[in-house]
Design a protein around this ligand. Sequence first.
Ligand code: SF4
Length: 227
Amino acid sequence: ADCAELDARVSVCRACPRLVQWREEVAAVRRAAFADQQYWGRPVPSFGPPDARLLIVGLAPAAHGGNRTGRIFTGDRSGDWLFAALHRAGLARQPTSVAVGDGQEMIDSRVVAAVRCAPPANKPTPDERNTCRPWLVRDLQLLRPTLRSIVVLGGFAWTALWPALRAAGYPLPPRRTPFGHGATVNLAELRIFGCYHPSQQNTFTGRVTAPMLDVVFARAMEHIAGV
Ligand code: SF4
């Protein structure tokens, strides 16, 4: 399967009962309140070309962001921060990501979520994280020929990534590196970078700033350029 087929297949997944119910409930309520809004209300596929050298791993779609627009980090505050940073780094065509059809395009990079359905309170359970892992594994396998850097947004995605990398055939280092902003792991031809999630809470409190995001993406691209 190629990336387009993978994206199509994930968008009809119903493996997590709690998340299926939540994503559809949110969509139904909002659809009723805003008749002019199209609510996606389904799993949100990855976004970006199949031969990307950089992968960005987020947590899960936001109830009124990706779950509404059908595109990851699109139509919510975290996405505003992320796409502004990606654009500054030359990794996204436009500085904003508003809706499918806005002309936004990833450049040499692909964005995925560790869990592809919007969870209540932005908190998937460990079971849901594990159930969704095969989708992440498929993304890693498809990208493997070109993939050189991974930027991991937040501790949840950091935890989700390692077993997925192992399942995709990467030899894991014997010791786990704890998540932190600036944490770096070398794995075969890959370099993996920890980055605080640009969630509203983190950006609002200044835990993560635009220059902090810029440094991480610059380091990820330096590695790509150097391999
Ligand atoms: Fe399927 Fe993942 Fe959504 Fe669960 S979270 S229903 S595994 S796409």
